[in-house]
Design a protein around this ligand. Structure first.
Ligand SMILES: [Zn+2]
Length: 374
């Protein structure tokens, strides 16, 4: 077990969920709203995570796979009716992002849209209600991230970004990930890997973040196959959780075209596509697209994850996708070429596009989508 103070206070290690009651006291939350999703609740994980903490706390479990403005509004109504003073989010990125949305609107007036990063919302977000985040996947890094991705009523999936949105406490207990099925272990782990790779390749200058990203990429690459195949191995799960946490600690440096495209794709109203699966599929094509614009960084990345310098990183990512059972392309998920213009328009406007090492045009994004189809 360890306590890490970096961006926020992080309790990390098997069993640290027992620190939740103390965390509530320390950050002064007396009546939390517990936010989770039906799968986490039905599996018993929610009870396991919150055992001994605020037993009569109200719960909001209707978190969609890509959290929506409507769900934020519904949770906020319960938060207000129950006179809550903070939130506990238990689950993957969706409950944590939704809790951040509620925390924002609990302390701010006006429309959610006006706080979106692309509309200048970053400077308008002040102090928000306190959030404690307890991840049950090793993937999103949302437990230490300053962004929430929320889909507005018209389908735009927007980023809400502020240091004030970082949860006041992250409780990262790898025992909560032991039962994660193989498919989700792979997809969420590859999301975490994409955070480390994209933020390392981002052109912003931030060597401390890059060092964290390299360490995270190495932990994930060395453990993801084992975690998928032998989910009950606590040591492997602990390495994956640390790698995902490191991705979240690093990605404030900025992400890139993988995330710009996957944010857009995640907003497609009818498909409800999984963020990590999308990133896994998009990553090889984007790494190839960026390869000539990142100096020696691909070599440094290969060294950090234990590949030979003669290996091709994009090919290795393709190979990992096959080994881990990731769908073969966007086409297999139901994406069609008729959707490309809708996706490209949103990807170009996404907050992750400016920090891609090579500025993609609409034509570039169309080509990347085409490459990722099959
Ligand atoms: Zn991501």
């Amino acid at each position: 077990m360890s306590t890490i103070l970096y961006l926020t206070q992080i309790e990390f290690g098997p069993g640290v969920r027992s620190t939740l009651p103390r965390a509530l006291t320390e950050i002064g939350v007396k009546r939390p709203l517990v936010v989770s999703d039906p799968g986490v609740a039905e599996s018993g994980l929610l009870d396991q995570a919150t055992e001994g903490a605020a037993p009569d706390a109200p719960r909001f479990l209707d978190v969609p796979p890509n959290p929506t403005e409507a769900a934020v509004t519904a949770a906020l109504a319960i938060y207000r009716a129950e006179e809550c003073d903070g939130l506990i989010a238990v689950g993957g990125g969706s409950p944590i992002d939704l809790a951040k949305g509620v925390a924002l609107l609990a302390a701010h007036s006006g429309q959610l849209e006006s706080y979106a990063a692309i509309y200048g919302g970053i400077v308008r977000i002040g102090a928000v209600a306190p959030v404690i985040a307890m991840p049950t996947t090793a993937g999103t890094g949302a437990e230490v991230g300053r962004a929430a991705l929320l889909t507005l009523a018209d389908g735009r999936k927007l980023g809400f970004i502020s240091p004030n949105l970082i949860p006041k406490r992250a409780i990262c207990d790898p025992e909560l990930t032991l039962g994660l099925p193989r498919r989700l272990t792979a997809a969420t782990g590859l999301d975490a890997l994409s955070h480390c790779i994209e933020t390392f390749l981002s052109p912003r200058i931030n060597p401390p973040a890059e060092s964290i990203a390299l360490d995270g990429a190495g932990r994930i690459w060395r453990n993801i196959r084992n975690a998928a195949a032998h989910g009950q191995n606590l040591d492997t799960r602990t390495e994956m959780m640390m790698g995902a946490l490191e991705g979240g600690l690093a990605f404030q440096k900025g992400l890139g075209a993988v995330h710009a495209l996957s944010h857009a794709l995640g907003g497609l109203p009818d498909l409800k596509l999984h963020h990590g699966t999308l990133n896994a599929i998009l990553m090889p094509a984007v790494v190839r697209f960026n390869a000539d614009h990142v100096g020696d960084k691909l070599d440094r990345l290969k060294k950090a994850i234990g590949l030979d310098q003669s290996d091709d990183l994009a090919d290795e990512l393709d190979r990992a996708n096959v080994e881990l059972g990731i769908p073969t392309g966007l086409g297999a998920l139901g994406v069609t070429e008729q959707m490309f213009e809708w996706i490209v328009e949103r990807a170009l406007a996404d907050h992750s596009t400016p920090t891609n090492p090579r500025q993609p045009t609409a034509e570039d994004y169309r080509a990347l989508l085409t490459q990722a189809m099959y």
